[in-house]
Design a protein around this ligand. Sequence first.
Ligand SMILES: Nc1nc2c(ncn2[C@@H]2O[C@H](COP(=O)(O)OP(=O)(O)O)[C@@H](O)[C@H]2O)c(=O)[nH]1
Ligand SMILES: [Mg+2]
Length: 195
Amino acid sequence: MNFNNVTYLASYGTSSQLPESEMPEIVFSGRSNVGKSSLINKLFNRKNLARISSTPGKTITINFFKGNNAIFVDLPGYGYAKRERLVTDRWAELMEGYFKSGRNIVLVIQLIDVRHTPTADDLNMLSFLYQMGIPFIIVFTKCDKLNKTETINRMSQIENEISGYPEINKIFFSSVTGQGTDEIRNQIIKSIGVL
Ligand SMILES: Nc1nc2c(ncn2[C@@H]2O[C@H](COP(=O)(O)OP(=O)(O)O)[C@@H](O)[C@H]2O)c(=O)[nH]1
Ligand SMILES: [Mg+2]
């Protein structure tokens, strides 16, 4: 897997537009503003592959990127308070359409802000993935925003907040310091099954 050779493919606003799944797919999921675009840019050594949005929640599209032996899928963020009903419905339609159409999903990278208790939406997402039998890992973002003591405290709180999935890999990440980048890349490589 060459992380320096990932290119943008296309964006889709409705699930009927989604192309057939022809390669293993690695999926990025999380709340709006959790740091998903920043993580994607960091993983692939790019400044602006996934546009770092200054208007969180406005874009309801699934974005596809292509690597040499996998497709990377950027799901629309959830939990944006100001969203209208219509937009929330479109989000749900897209997510259902994506996850329930028999795609070759080899890994979902579920992002959660390290600083905050996981939201109900975060927990719903984890339980959905678990029940669907989709392989996933949890990446805690923005770790640079905590000092050592705060980090230790959050790590032990997280064990209780997300106690249902003890066997699931948890990675602590920062797009600012690069902490956790190699661990995430290794998980991706492992999920694809080829170097
Ligand atoms: N300090 C810090 N800020 C971050 C980190 N990741 C993202 N951000 C900031 O959080 C905001 C949302 O990031 P973005 O990647 O657009 O989130 P997205 O909505 O999930 O795609 C931006 O202002 C980023 O600069 C991180 O690891 N550390
Ligand atoms: Mg984004």
